[in-house]
Design a protein around this ligand. Structure first.
Ligand code: MN
Length: 202
């Protein structure tokens, strides 16, 4: 079995005017495809690992043969993170339900959460991701990872994540990562976040 690029699930221009069509197209068809290709190359001839869900590989990196561990961490992380990322975005979905209640309980208010999340995302030096996860204590936690590292490798279950690599925003926003993050908040699919929360709490 080889890994394949998942469908985006919507048109490349579906998130306009917040996120631009050209960035979405390159990001999905070139960058994400690149992680898939590198992951398949790393796993060539390793049938036992090829048959596993990429999330399972990332949860147990210590048991990946050392000679391909870094490749799985980077390319497998890239594939898993982007596969998680695309369905998190949809226009005009309000934050409601269980995630809204959990955010208010943990951070005091939605605005306080948003401020803390954006601050964390702006604090990623270089390339990486900002996440809202369910941690080992079944509590919400904001965290960041470098490069394509996955929260799964640290025993956390992501419910929301944003890609802050420059390829994610530079074309439209230039160096203004803060403006990209404000735009991202316009297109978070909170129904999908609620699905992840429900799974993480099972
Ligand atoms: Mn990316």
């Amino acid at each position: 079995m080889t890994y394949t690029l998942p469908e985006l699930g919507y048109e490349y221009d579906a998130l306009e005017p917040h996120l631009d069509k050209e960035t979405m197209e390159i990001h999905h068809s070139k960058h994400h495809q690149g992680y898939v290709d590198k992951l398949n190359a790393a796993l060539e001839g390793k049938a036992d690992l090829q048959d596993k869900d990429v999330d399972e590989l990332l949860k147990d990196l210590d048991n990946i043969p050392e000679e391909i561990r870094t490749a799985i961490r980077n390319a497998g992380g890239g594939h898993a993170n982007h596969t998680f990322f695309w369905p998190l975005m949809k226009k005009d979905v309000a934050c409601s339900g269980a995630i809204s209640e959990a955010i208010n309980a943990k951070f005091g208010s939605f605005d306080a959460f948003k401020e803390a999340f954006i601050k964390a995302a702006l604090g990623v030096f270089g390339s990486g991701w900002a996440w809202l996860v369910i941690n080992e204590n079944k509590e919400l936690e904001i965290m960041t990872t470098a490069n394509q590292d996955s929260p799964l490798s640290q025993g956390k279950m992501p419910v929301l994540g944003v890609d802050v690599w420059e390829h994610s925003y530079y074309k439209k926003f230039g160096p203004k990562r803060n403006e990209f993050l404000e735009a991202f908040f316009q297109v978070i699919d909170w129904d999908k976040v609620n699905e992840h929360l429900s799974k993480a709490n099972q």
